[in-house]
Design a protein around this ligand. Structure first.
Ligand code: BG6
Length: 479
């Protein structure tokens, strides 16, 4: 018997801001990421607030998909993809975010793209907000601190739902909605929500007000989407970095249990339609006013998601009495008391490689929520080199993907998890989100462009391209 369902959505994942380019074309407005420079290796990027002509902004050109989408979609089809996860750049549709009428040229771009995908039987899987909200909303309204922005978002969502109701079935609201709770790196809060913290802010309170506004925006979006097309499947999107206790010391177990609330807070509300007890108790205890309004309980209850899309790259560990906190490293997922896991290897960017953690995650999420799951990001960021014969032999990437796919298959086949699909991140090389580098490559297709923006943008298939095509063709039987 086949281990995966026949309609399993094998695909690839991307985000408009990281690969489209054309940042000022077709009437597009500036987004929050259009004012972010490239960082040095493994270092955070600078947010310049406006475009400084003396600085380099890698997302402005991305990999020029805006002009080359036909050629790229053909490559995706050659790879055998059944779906492509990407996002709609909000600023192509509403350049400033607060207009009442959309920009037709932006809408047309996605019509053309979706038609091109559907021509090859590739289903678009669309994230509504993937780190590219209008800069104007961040500057003039304070981003998602402001409840009005939730309404602008719902209007944007309704506009694209109506326009693409017969072309797109699978949607997600906010990409990695939970990663912004990590304030060690200010780019998360900025890119997710257009928010910069000031010294006067009650940090915790702002974080939960922003969270509440987005949860309300997401719930309104789900409700309106279902009214427009009841067949839509609308999901949440979270970043899931499981947190392991360092030992069987009950204090470590409890430390991990409490830390994991940071992971479950958003999906708990998205899936159940109400705030969990640990959160309401914490709001009371810490005197946090999340900006609750009458009727919010009904909005949340009526806007529950159909599935959970999630990214999985790594796991982390906490030890209750650890004093050497790992700083400046995304590996710790912003946790105090995090500690290196002695049992697992890391990538060149310090990301822990833990395929078993994916099976563990699938079990944890499924057992907690009992709704379908979708792995919408997973992959290996690495430096690739050309061989003398002009090929790229990325066996390390194949190994990473093979082990993770195998873990996912075990979760379905042995543990009974309902899994909709698998879309490896950065199916074609794109600009890295955290560092803005091109050198950190996830792609199965190489793009000739470097960290300084030099290169021909030529596309070359890597060894992983044919390997993945074979995986898809055999529905995961041949790894
Ligand atoms: C996720 C994001 O955080 O991880 C993507 O949804 C991002 O946008 C991906 O690109 C990998 O991160 P990075 O920094 O290696 O590009």
């Amino acid at each position: 018997m086949a281990k995966l369902p026949q309609d399993f959505l094998w695909g690839g994942a991307l985000a408009a801001n990281q690969f489209e380019g054309g940042y000022d074309k077709g009437g597009k407005g500036l987004s929050v990421i259009d004012v972010m420079t490239a960082g040095a290796h493994g270092k955070a990027r600078e947010i310049t607030q406006q475009v400084d002509p003396n600085k380099y902004y890698p997302n402005h050109v991305g990999i020029d998909f805006y002009n080359r989408y036909k050629e790229d979609v053909k490559l995706f089809s050659d790879m055998g993809l059944k779906c492509l996860r990407t996002s709609i750049a909000w600023t192509r549709i509403f350049p400033n975010g607060d207009e009442s009428e959309p920009n037709e040229e932006g809408l047309q771009f996605y019509d053309d793209l979706f038609d091109e995908l559907l021509k090859y039987n590739i289903q678009p899987v669309i994230t509504l907000s993937h780190f590219e909200m209008p800069l104007h909303l961040a500057r003039e309204y304070g981003g998602f601190r402001n409840r009005k922005v939730a309404d602008f978002f719902a209007h944007f969502a309704e506009t694209v739902f109506k326009r693409y109701k017969d072309k797109v079935k699978y949607w997600m609201t906010f990409n990695e909605i939970n990663n912004q709770m990590d304030t060690n790196n200010p780019i998360f809060l900025w890119t997710n929500s257009g928010v910069s913290l000031t010294d006067e802010d009650n940090k915790q309170e702002v974080l939960y007000q922003v969270a509440h506004n987005e949860l309300i925006a997401s719930a309104k979006t789900v409700k309106v989407g279902k009214e427009i097309n009841p067949d839509f499947e609308i999901g949440a999107m979270i970043s899931h970095v499981p947190i392991y206790p360092y030992s069987c010391n009950p204090q470590d177990i409890m430390e991990a249990e409490i830390a994991n609330r940071l992971r479950f807070f958003f999906p708990d509300v998205h899936v159940r339609g109400y705030y969990p007890g640990y959160a309401t108790k914490m709001f009371e205890r810490e005197h946090i006013d999340i900006g609750w309004r009458d009727g919010d309980d009904e909005i949340l209850r009526k806007g529950k998601v159909d599935y959970i899309g999630f990214s999985y790259y790594m796991s982390t560990v906490v030890k209750h009495d650890n004093e050497t906190v790992i700083k400046d490293n995304i590996v710790n997922g912003g946790l105090p008391n995090s500690i290196e896991n002695p049992y697992i290897e890391k990538s060149d960017w310090g990301w822990a490689i833990d395929p078993v953690g994916l099976r563990y995650t699938l079990n944890t999420l499924y057992n907690r929520y009992q709704i379908p799951l979708f792995i919408v990001e997973n992959g290996f960021g690495a430096v690739d080199e050309f061989e003398e014969d002009g090929t790229i032999q990325d066996d390390y990437r194949i190994d990473y993907l093979r082990e993770h796919i195998n873990a996912a298959i075990e979760a379905v086949d042995q543990d009974g998890v309902e899994l909709m699909g698998y879309t490896p991140w950065g199916i074609i090389d794109i600009v890295s989100f955290t560092t803005g580098e091109m050198k950190k490559r996830y792609g199965l297709i190489h793009v000739d462009r470097d960290n300084e923006g030099q290169g021909t943008l030529e596309r070359t298939k890597k060894a992983s391209f044919d390997w993945y095509r074979n995986v898809i063709e055999s529905n995961g039987e041949s790894l």
